[in-house]
Design a protein around this ligand. Structure first.
Ligand code: AGP
Length: 608
């Protein structure tokens, strides 16, 4: 999410920073900016849109300053605009800050700073950092930073430049990467190693809680225990192309591996343990109307639609809402009866999907309260809904949705928890769900650590031309998603089905050439799933089973077993989807398909 690059050395900083930003543009591209110290003043430029807009604005500027910080933004707080672009300054134009991450307590900090006379110019969470550091203006820049950060709750990768200290830059890290680049007579830092490699391969990865001071010929690191420490640089072997993907061969695989973080980001600052509920700031303004709602219609397309299908099961389980899920492209053809208090929830990664936008416009015409669950901040959908929740999953580059799908599932659980706790869900159950949610990042990491096993499975099975993906209840939507992944990435025919439907027709297709991927966790539908697997086996169909069982019936029945960690039944789809994504990825890889940009598809579908 977002990109930072900074430079202090002997050369003009401007071209180095612009080139570094271009390397980071894939991380965020709604606006960019930079601040450069020319020895006496700080020059600032910011612009909406991609880096080329910033370059256009700079024109033939020949700034001579040899230190500066730069940022490319993926909006989280405040729509994409020039005033929300980084770097952000303090009241006096002395301190400039570029930030990746989320300051969770920025509202409290901002009100406090406003009471103390600080004047804010943007809607971002980041700007509080510049004003907080300003509060400690009598200290050195690193001390002021350290004191300011003690008051901050949240995550940051941070770069700071001060007019008062032309010979240094300060960077800091908590939860969002900062890497130092150690050159000859120059020191750099960036949120991603790819922005450093044209200058140096000697790097130091800052650890959480550390602050570093960068000077032309040296760097210093302050540990989280406030001690100056030594650390030797390590040498990066990748080239810059590979570095953009942080060593992953494809964005899709990188994004699959970012899922533990995407789950954490979806939940960050949103779980209230004491009350066993979720807090969703974006829904606060419509909380009363939501409380009175009796009927919800979820509209979305593709993977977002499947997340909506899971949302229906979860919302109906935890609340008294009756929930319908509608494909956005079919919404206009339905004569949906909008009862009093109908809420429409649109789910979209991009926030630009034409059918989803058309559906919410229709819903608004009919007087519904319209909410959004969106990843791209400031997208059209976020501007046209009454309220909503952001995924905070960061940019997703691969056409196939992975980390945003998992994030949508998590947030739908949070919405259900938030509404359910206002109705009949007791506090203890709310806390039990929270415990389950908090286990997810590590459990997903565990599944990812076994990707070689899935690669092997995919290699052995990618010669088949047809697949069924079967699940029941919470895992039925995930079966649909697994099949979609295989279709779009590996160009293999795959049908997602509710397992109970097999006997009503599809079973006729089963033979030894038609394998089925079955999601069979030990849950309330386990016995029925085992019977469905038996029916397939009786017709010589091959079965790949995902199960949390160690040695139950399913393990002896299935041809292949991939283990799933145990968690609450309601949360198993969030785990089950990960091996399915990996299976599609490796099947595509073994078949030599174009993975990040599959044929005939686009990341954002802006036509109806
Ligand atoms: C799935 O991998 C696709 N990327 C696609 O189905 C996608 O979910 C659909 O086009 C909807 O996009 P949206 O979430 O941006 O609205």
């Amino acid at each position: 999410m977002c990109g930072i690059v900074c430079y202090i050395g002997r050369q003009p900083a401007l071209p180095i920073l612009v080139e570094g930003l271009k390397r980071l543009e894939y991380r965020g591209y709604d606006s960019s900016g930079l601040a450069i110290h020319n020895g006496s003043e700080v020059q600032l430029v910011r612009e909406l849109g991609p880096i080329r807009n910033l370059e256009r604005k700079l024109g033939s500027s020949q700034w001579s300053g040899t230190s500066g910080i730069a940022h490319t933004r993926w909006a989280t707080h405040g729509a994409p605009s020039e005033e929300n672009a980084h770097p952000h300054g303090d009241c006096r134009g002395e301190i400039y800050v570029a930030h990746n991450g989320i300051i969770e307590n920025y509202r409290e900090l901002k009100s406090d700073l406003e009471r103390r006379g600080h004047c804010f110019r943007s809607q971002t969470d980041t700007e509080v950092l510049a004003h907080l550091i300003e509060e400690f203006q009598d200290s050195s820049l690193e001390e002021a930073t350290q004191q300011a950060l003690e008051r901050v709750i949240g995550t940051y990768g941070l770069a700071i430049l001060s007019r008062k200290f032309p010979d240094k830059l300060v960077v800091a890290r908590r939860g969002s990467p900062i890497i130092l680049g150690i050159g000859a007579g120059e020191t750099l830092a960036a949120s991603d190693v790819s922005a450093l490699l044209r200058h140096t391969r000697k790097v130091i990865y800052l650890q959480d809680g550390e602050i570093a001071v960068l000077e032309q010929d040296r760097f210093r690191i302050l540990s989280h225990q406030q001690k100056w420490i030594r650390r030797s640089p390590e040498t990066v072997e990748w080239d810059s192309e590979a570095a953009e993907m942080q060593g992953y061969p494809h964005f899709m695989l990188k994004e699959i591996h970012e899922q533990p973080e995407a789950i954490q980001n979806a939940m960050r600052g949103r779980l209230l343990w004491e009350e066993g509920t979720a807090k969703l700031g974006g829904l606060e303004a419509v909380a009363d109307r939501l409380r009175q709602a009796r009927h919800m219609i979820i509209v979305s397309c593709g993977s977002s639609y499947f997340a909506g299908l899971l949302g229906r099961y979860v919302l109906e389980r935890l609340t008294s809402l009756s929930v319908e899920v509608e494909l956005a492209s079919e919404f206009r053809y339905r004569k949906l009866n909008f009862r009093k208090g109908t809420v429409v929830l649109a789910i979209s990664q991009s926030g630009e999907t034409a059918d989803t936008l058309a559906a919410i416009r229709e819903a608004k015409r009919k007087g519904a309260l319209v909410l959004g669950l969106v990843n791209v901040v400031g997208s059209t959908l976020t501007r046209e809904t009454d309220a909503g929740v952001y995924n905070h999953a960061g940019p997703e580059i691969g056409v196939a949705s992975t980390k945003t799908f998992i994030s949508q599932m998590v947030i739908l659980h949070l919405i259900a928890l938030f509404l359910g706790r206002q109705q009949e869900v007791p506090i203890a159950e709310g806390q039990r769900i929270q415990e389950g949610l908090q286990k997810l990042p590590d459990q997903v990491r565990h599944i990812l650590s076994r990707q070689d096993r899935i690669s092997d499975l995919a290699r052995r099975y990618c010669g088949y031309h047809h697949f069924f993906y079967l699940g029941r209840k919470y895992n039925y939507p995930v079966a649909l998603e697994g099949a979609l992944k295989l279709k779009e990435i590996a160009y293999l025919h795959a049908e997602g089905y509710a397992a109970g439907e097999m006997k009503h027709g599809p079973l006729a297709l089963i033979d030894e050439e038609f394998p089925s991927v079955c999601i069979v966790p030990r849950d309330s539908s386990y016995e029925k799933m085992v019977s469905n697997v038996q029916e397939i086996k009786a017709r010589r169909g091959k079965v790949i089973a995902l199960t949390s069982e160690q040695d139950g019936d399913i393990c002896s029945l299935a041809d292949e077993v991939f283990p799933l960690p145990s968690n609450l039944e309601i949360l198993t789809p969030i785990l089950a989807v990960v091996p399915l994504q990996l299976f599609a990825y490796y099947a595509a890889l073994h078949r030599g398909c174009e993975i990040d940009r599959p044929r005939n598809l686009a990341k954002s579908v802006t036509v109806e």
